[in-house]
Design a protein around this ligand. Sequence first.
Ligand SMILES: O=C(O)c1cc(=O)[nH]c(=O)n1[C@@H]1O[C@H](COP(=O)(O)O)[C@@H](O)[C@H]1O
Length: 284
Amino acid sequence: MRFTEMLAASERAHRSMLCIGLDPDPARFPADWRGDRGRIFDFCAAVVDATHDLVCAFKPQIAYFAAERAEDQLEALIDHIHARAPGVPVILDAKRGDIGATAEQYAREAFERYRADALTLSPFLGLDSIEPYLAYADKGLFLLCRTSNAGGSDLQAQTLGSGARLYEHIAATAEQAWNRNGQLGLVVGATFPAELARVRELAPTLPLLVPGIGAQGGDAAATVRAGWRGDASGTRAPIVVSSSRAVLYASAEADFAVGARRVAEATRAELAAAAAPSPHAGLA
Ligand SMILES: O=C(O)c1cc(=O)[nH]c(=O)n1[C@@H]1O[C@H](COP(=O)(O)O)[C@@H](O)[C@H]1O
């Protein structure tokens, strides 16, 4: 199944726009596991098991695994998600961007080694740096557009010769010229709802991956109002609203998975309420 169809089906089945980011930091694990890099899989799998019916996607961040020499645990975790929640897509957050020959290796890594359903990419090197990923026709590709950090403005808010800002140009290009096979989406931070609304205007059909609620302080309801455009099926132009630390570390104790479920339920409900009137409204 193509990523966009899988995402739409998952949003519908779980009535959820929430994505849980899997950014495991052993220093924040419960006391018995604290500092133990050998428990990364166990920690993330417990969160997945406790929340998979509440989310539209999971988003593991590769740096948290690679920095701990835990790539094998990332492979096992993605296998676990596919087995436990086969309808829930895995968006691998790696923000890759390189020349075509190297991009071919990054694409193999993401889609063949890790078996991710979608990947985050930097568009900075241009279309030929994206093409190796487009060759995997079933996979989704989220291009960084307007990132959630303050420094995102340094380049992304620059005005081009055409009069458009760089992030506006990326949004329009991803919606049209580069979206050869309907695989593209955009990453837009929840911390900038006005820019999110502008991106939605320029890219009315693309899925938007929106991190920045929770620990970064983005407003979940404002995010939905700015980015959600439901039609009768509720899934024409999905937003995937991602939260990592606020969910993973809701409890610092052995009941962390219970804490994660509690925050995931509340966040899912907040997103659904803001989508009213839509098929999500009042359902969470
Ligand atoms: O591509 C991303 O996921 C991403 C883009 C962006 O603009 N801002 C952003 O925070 N992220 C990622 O989203 C996650 C946010 O984590 P929390 O702030 O803990 O919810 C991290 O894994 C970031 O790397």
